[in-house]
Ligand binder design. Structure first.
Ligand SMILES: Nc1nc2c(c(=O)[nH]1)N[C@H]1C(S)=C(S)[C@@H](COP(=O)(O)O)O[C@H]1N2
Ligand SMILES: [Mo]
Length: 297
């Protein structure tokens, strides 16, 4: 079965917790809203209401710990997150190998509530704790040759049982163009809901890029490289026709196996329309002016 499948799981728990939503929908005669993609119902005021922590920490993609949504919460407790080292190298004047404390000091994580959207068609609103990636990258004095930034997750099959198989090429890799990496919305997250990052969400440090599909948000990062050319990424290596390098949230560019027009918030029943750049169009569209977003998907 190919990794990543269209989201169609509404759990009995979610229906139970959302009887209000169901009753409202029945009241206006739209039981059909349960079914077709494209019939988004939930919009408006609740757009940025944080998703319950329970959903954020039990419905995960972290294939190093298994391919089922519940696997990371169960299995990632074996990940040793302290001590933790991050190597920063490549096209920069001050490369270094740092501990997490070195990395974060003197920066202080701040709270940022972001909408997040998985390519599978589920979404959530996460109160992250994080530091703008650009603030951290500047400390390493990238040179004018640094056109991209490449990231790698820990490779440790003894701690990450999924790495004993080869569903993806390990270590997990991701990349951004340098202007995307420097954009003030882009974070290195160290926590959520005011607490440190749970292992299943990518402890101790992971990338958060809210206008891109979730898989760009590489977890448990151990290496950051300033690159002169576009770096290889795990999902693009796995299925280049399904996952481009940019992977901007775009309801008009369908995944070859399913529509990207709508999404379902974790903890909710009804689907909502997906917005261009996940609703961050005003902030990020200028990064892509002049690009063909169908070709560079
Ligand atoms: N190392 C690593 N990072 C990863 C993944 C992964 O499998 N391994 N999955 C990605 C995908 S597909 C998504 S949708 C998000 C999910 O993040 P969350 O579980 O914190 O919601 O993590 C991304 N980062
Ligand atoms: Mo995803």
């Amino acid at each position: 079965m190919p990794l990543h499948a269209p989201d169609n799981q509404i759990t009995p728990k979610e229906i139970y917790l959302n009887r209000r939503q169901l009753v409202q929908a029945m009241g206006i005669g739209t039981m059909a809203a349960l079914l077709p993609a494209g019939s988004a119902l939930a919009t408006g005021d609740d757009d940025n209401k944080p998703t319950p922590k329970e959903n954020i920490t039990t419905y995960n993609n972290f294939y190093e710990f298994g391919t089922d949504k519940g696997d990371p919460a169960e299995q990632a407790q074996s990940l040793v997150t302290s001590p933790w080292y991050i190597t920063v190298d490549g096209a920069c004047d001050k490369p270094g190998k740092l501990t997490l404390d070195d990395f974060l000091s003197p920066h202080k994580p701040e709270e940022r509530v972001y909408r997040m959207r998985c390519v599978e068609g589920w979404s959530m609103v996460v109160p992250w704790l994080g530091i703008p990636l650009g603030d951290i990258l500047k400390r390493f004095s990238p040179t004018s040759q640094a056109k991209f930034v490449a990231f790698e997750t820990l490779f440790a099959p003894d701690q990450m049982p999924g790495q004993k198989g080869n569903v993806l090429q390990w270590p997990y890799r991701e990349g951004l163009r340098i202007d995307e990496a420097m954009h003030p919305l882009t974070l290195l997250a160290t926590g959520l809901y005011g607490d440190k990052l749970p292992n299943q969400n990518g402890a101790p440090i992971r990338l958060v890029v809210p206008w891109k599909y979730g898989f760009k948000g590489i977890k448990s990062i151990v290496k950051i490289t300033f690159a002169e050319t576009q770096p290889p990424t795990s999902w693009n290596l796995y299925a280049p026709q399904e996952y481009g390098f940019y992977s901007n949230v775009n309801p008009k560019v369908d995944h070859p196996r399913w529509s990207q027009a709508t999404e379902r918030r974790l903890g909710e029943i009804f689907r909502r329309d997906t917005l261009m750049f996940n609703g961050y169009e005003d902030q990020v569209a200028s990064l892509y002016s002049g690009m063909d977003l169908v070709k560079d998907f």
